[in-house]
Design a protein around this ligand. Structure first.
Ligand code: HEC
Ligand code: HEC
Length: 369
């Protein structure tokens, strides 16, 4: 039994411990990479929360995505000279950047160098092992670790949890239910390349970041008209004219939605009306009204993730994190796209939740300090 699992057993009810122990060394068939969606009946994904993946249609058999780009990526629709001109500012920053600097995967823009600890090389420039394909962790997860709705908030994660996820990506035990989401194969390529020293340096750096500013949650029936840019929603006007319709929509909070990676600008989320209260009840009650599978108990999230959902032992903190990310992970545990070494603790929990319940739970958890 691994050290972590031993801890889990000390800290959890004996019945669940037996279950965790059993599933920690599952037969070969259970640990292989999940079957690609092409092998799954597509109606099995009929309840997929597409909005959480930032896509508009269900994945189809054979869909895949290649890892994303690297280097300095010029926008072919703009003149090269314009992209090289240092004209970008954000309020209060001593620095000026050119538009191309925002598209440099290997050297992340740093508007407020005095507001964070020195970044390890891998966080600022990416893993040396990837050579010209290196990509800075902070390019996606931001210098603060707050991340963006389409990747992951990684600030304040315990080092052990952080390293376990890198290992799960590396060993093929963590994918996305949507095989078209290109940043997940990119993350997998990074996890395969990163050295143990780089991984630890990144984990230790991000464990100390706050991820601020915190997300602003707004209950609403309506949202502004939206379009997808990559796997991220952007509003095309400010007026709330479209129905929210059981989704959560996360948008950049302010600055006229201008994307210049100002670390003082965070995200806001529209969540369904009444969702926070419904989510609070679900979190307190255990998982859901659905009967627990034989041999398992419906444990409240707080039993494992801590009374304030700030994390406990191997269970990571959840409070205040991106609700789209949370729903995506719950759904990925449910479909078996996340089958890492400790995923067996989450699989029965997530499997009992409907997509609607996941949405309400995420609305509540994201609203917590
Ligand atoms: C292309 C953008 C991108 C880059 C660059 C990137 N990541 Fe990620 N990272 C992701 C995505 C996407 C996910 C998973 C999101 C999902 O599953 O929906 C992720 C997830 C993670 C997680 C798991 C978080 C959790 O709560 O379970 C960790 C840890 C992580 N990344 C660390 C790193 C480190 C360290 C680096 C740099 C060496 C890095 N990432 C670079 C996109 C990126
Ligand atoms: C039996 C213990 C247990 C219970 C109960 C439990 N969790 Fe978890 N949860 C874990 C563990 C352990 C992990 C880490 C899994 C891993 O390393 O892949 C986790 C991971 C997660 C993640 C992924 C976080 C990330 O950063 O990617 C989410 C989201 C989550 N749990 C939500 C919930 C919610 C919501 C509930 C209640 C409905 C819940 N959990 C109940 C043990 C539990």
């Amino acid at each position: 039994m691994s050290r972590t699992l031993m801890f889990v057993c000390l800290w959890m009810a004996a019945s669940t411990c037996a279950q965790a122990d059993q599933t920690s060394n599952p037969p070969q068939a259970d640990v292989r990479s999940p079957a690609p969606p092409s092998a799954r009946a597509s109606d099995a994904l009929a309840d997929m929360p597409l909005w959480a993946y930032g896509i508009a249609t269900l994945p189809q058999p054979g869909d895949t995505a290649k890892p994303q780009g690297w280097g300095r990526q010029f926008n072919p629709a703009m003149s090269r000279d314009d992209q090289l001109r240092p004209v970008l500012h954000v309020a209060g920053s001593p620095r000026t950047y050119a538009p191309i600097d925002l598209n440099d995967w290997a050297n992340v823009v740093d508007w407020f160098p005095d507001e964070h600890a020195p970044m390890p090389e891998v966080v600022q420039h990416g893993s040396a092992a990837l050579g010209e394909r290196r990509r800075a962790c902070a390019f996606c997860h931001r210098i603060s670790g707050g991340g963006r709705p389409e990747n992951a908030p990684i600030a304040g994660l315990p080092v052990e949890y952080f390293l376990r996820q890198l290992e799960d990506f590396r060993s093929g035990r963590r994918h996305s239910t949507d095989p078209r989401k290109p940043n997940v194969p990119t993350m997998i390529e990074i996890a395969r390349a990163i050295s143990p020293d780089e991984a630890r340096a990144a984990a230790e750096y991000y464990a100390k970041q706050s991820g601020a500013p915190r997300i602003r949650i707004v209950e609403s029936d309506r949202v502004p008209p939206l379009r997808l840019r990559g796997n991220l929603f952007v509003a095309t006007s400010q007026e709330r004219t479209e129905p929210l319709a059981d989704r959560i929509v996360e948008l950049l909070d302010g600055e006229n939605e201008q994307f210049n990676d100002n670390p003082h600008v965070g995200y806001m989320a529209y969540v369904p009306r009444g969702g926070i209260e419904r989510g609070r009840a679900l979190v307190a009650a255990g998982t859901s009204g659905a009967p627990a599978a034989a041999g398992t108990t419906a444990q409240p999230c707080t039993a494992c993730h801590g009374t304030e959902l700030h994390g406990l032992g191997p269970a990571p903190p959840l409070a205040g994190r991106s609700p789209s990310y949370l729903v995506r992970q719950l759904y990925d545990f449910k479909t078996g796209s996340r089958v890492g070494s400790l995923a067996p603790l989450m699989k029965p929990v997530a499997s009992r939740l409907t997509t609607q319940q996941m949405t309400d739970i995420a609305a509540y958890i994201a609203s917590l300090p």
